[in-house]
Design a protein around this ligand. Structure first.
Ligand code: SF4
Length: 332
């Protein structure tokens, strides 16, 4: 049995100091990390408990946006009055994820760092997985691929990011705040998660020893017209086959700006600005939505079991956009 050192940090600076020891991992809710440790996928030498470092606050920013502390629990965030009022898309996405029990434990920072549910990654009985063992190959490319990527994949890995929250945050132009030995930095959510390329073992651009402290949301023009649509194999406690965060700003019946982000199709939330640009300045119609959907999945490549995702993603985009308008009582 491998020994694991456990230390509880008292504040973010203390957490950063503790995490400079080789083999350290931060632990918050532990809903993903502990599962992976039990399965032997993650084998940290030292756990730095960050649940008591004072990063569980939601506060208003001077520009009208919100700052969400990285240790805010998913259920608390989904139910927060200001999130429900100003960012209902985020609340919807959070409530579509996992189960109430898991949402009560899971944190925003942990959700950002959530690892793929590719079965060849989570089961150490399989000996081909570049994400778990770099250089070993990718069993999913020729194996079971129903839940895998159709966009942005590489020869090394076709896994998808499993988070619902990340898809909504990408649509809301969120920014991730990070502290590390070199100081603080801010990274747009869209740039935080990586495509797999030749290094699929790196899910994000976070460097070793860096700590996510918060997520900033800018003021949103999308509160009245947004919708998170999640398509999955069962009604709850299942990861997305495809999900869509659709957010529209409407002025006099015309879309003034749009955000369309796909989940369940790539190694990161999949946003195509060109598809959003097609929508700007146009009144909503299903034909327009279909054209934007086709643009959003341009270049999609299916594998043995997931051809259905290409059509499903397009239909989901059209449906999510229609629901985003319907949510505010407009005729879609
Ligand atoms: Fe591993 Fe990625 Fe291939 Fe899955 S898709 S087996 S995570 S390399």
């Amino acid at each position: 049995m491998q020994s694991i050192f456990y230390e509880r940090a008292s504040d973010p600076a203390h957490a950063l100091r503790l995490a400079q020891q080789p083999g350290s991992k931060f632990i918050g809710g532990g809903t993903n990390l502990l599962d992976l440790m039990k399965g032997g996928v993650e084998q940290p030498m030292r756990l730095v408990d960050i649940t008591h470092v004072g990063l569980a606050l939601v506060s208003e920013l001077p520009d009208g946006g919100l700052r969400i502390g990285a240790l805010t629990r998913n259920s608390d965030l989904a139910d927060h009055a200001l999130i429900r009022q100003r960012y209902p898309l985020l609340s919807q996405a959070l409530l579509s994820g996992a189960s109430p029990q898991l949402r009560n434990m899971a944190t925003v920072g942990g959700n950002l760092m959530q690892r793929t549910r590719c079965p060849y990654f989570t089961d150490t009985g399989f000996d081909m997985c570049n994400k778990r063992m770099p250089g070993s190959g990718c069993a999913a490319r020729e194996g079971y691929s129903r839940t895998h990527a159709i966009l942005g994949a590489s020869n090394a890995c076709i896994a998808v990011n499993p988070s619902d929250m990340n898809v909504a945050l990408a649509a809301l132009d969120a920014v991730v705040l990070i502290s590390g030995p070199q100081g603080e930095r801010r990274i747009a959510l869209a740039d935080f998660h990586r495509l797999p390329g030749n290094t699929p073992q790196q899910d994000t651009v976070l460097a070793p020893g860096e700590l996510i402290t918060a997520v900033d949301l800018p003021p949103s023009p999308f509160a009245a017209h947004s919708h998170y649509l999640k398509v999955r194999d069962r009604a709850s406690y299942a990861f997305a086959l495809v999900s869509v965060a659709a957010a529209l700003e409407m002025r006099n019946g015309v879309i003034s700006q749009a955000r369309i982000v796909l989940g369940g199709v790539a190694h990161k939330p999949w946003r195509v600005p060109a598809a959003e640009t097609m929508l700007a300045g146009q009144p909503f119609s299903r034909e327009l939505a279909r054209q934007a959907a086709a643009r959003a999945i341009a270049g999609a490549q299916a594998y043995k079991d997931n051809q259905f995702k290409i059509e499903l993603a397009q239909r989901a985009i059209v449906s999510a956009m229609a629901s985003a308008l319907h949510n505010a009582g407009e005729n879609a």
